[in-house]
Ligand binder design. Structure first.
Ligand code: PGA
Length: 254
């Protein structure tokens, strides 16, 4: 059985105090209301990771992570944060290649491949994001785009390394827009991604790879999305900023 993961990507939101309050609420509500097996991952800004990892130290199914890391190990890279530093403050996951990083910070696949290496060599788990723009989908290029993003960012990995990776399919046109991919659209892409993995790494690894969906996931659409055969959880943005909506999304994963 593949691991199901619901991750909340806070992006550049929440003061330290607000963040601590939100995690306290979420963990309390999950204790009272959730007995499913999904892992719940809180992905706050860098400044909050240390405190949140301490808060969650005793929670069996909760962990924390980062939204990005440097592709370098250390040195004169002002403003950067290394994967080793993230590991040292208790992060477990690192998002790599979120579409906002690709779009606003010019991160491209070759660079992301280096970030994935940095993440894995520090025993952290990359959540590798991929997804097409509206223009690319309308031109029917989405499968090609996804294949390029995944092969250039991930397919240099050995089988043992790839087996650690989580993938998030996030159509750019669905992020923060309120416009979700239909369950059929998302399932079609998830099945395609699993087929790519199968062709490269074989059946066992393809069947074991967690593929999250992201893009306007809400309590109202989560159950239906999670009912699809190849959707193994969600990377949630806006709805992860409130305890009630985030916990309701987690509860949709049985
Ligand atoms: P959204 O963001 O849920 O606000 O659409 C998802 C993401 O960017 O990870």
């Amino acid at each position: 059985m593949r691991k199901k993961i619901i991750a909340g990507n806070w992006k550049m939101n929440k003061s330290f105090e607000e963040g601590m309050a939100l995690v306290t609420e979420i963990s309390g509500m999950l204790k009272d209301e959730y007995n499913g097996s999904a892992e719940v991952v809180i992905i706050p800004p860098f400044t909050h990771i240390n405190a949140i990892s301490r808060m969650l130290a005793d929670e069996k199914n909760m962990s924390t992570g980062a939204q990005n890391c440097s592709n370098h190990a250390s040195g004169a890279y002002t403003g950067e944060v290394s994967a080793a530093m993230l590991q040292s403050v208790g992060a477990k996951y690192v998002i790599t290649g979120h579409s906002e990083r690709r779009q606003y910070f010019m991160e491209h696949n070759a660079w992301l491949a280096q970030k994935v290496n940095a993440v894995l060599s520090n025993k952290l788990i990359p959540i590798y994001c991929c997804g097409e723009t509206l223009e690319e989908r309308e031109a029917n290029k989405h499968f090609d785009i996804l294949e390029t993003q995944i092969s250039e960012g991930l397919f240099h990995l050995t089988e043992a390394q790839f087996a650690q990776v989580v993938i998030a399919y996030e159509p750019v046109w669905a992020i923060g827009t309120g416009k979700t991919a239909t369950t059929a659209q998302a399932q079609e892409v998830h099945a395609f991604i699993r087929k790519l993995i199968h062709a490269k790494y074989g059946e066992a690894i393809a069947q074991n790879t967690t593929i999250q969906y992201g893009g306007s996931v809400k309590p109202e659409n989560a159950s239906e999305l999670f009912s699809a055969a190849d959707i193994d959880g969600a990377l949630v943005g806006g709805a992860a900023l409130q305890s009630r909506s985030f916990v309701d999304i987690v509860k949709a994963m049985r």
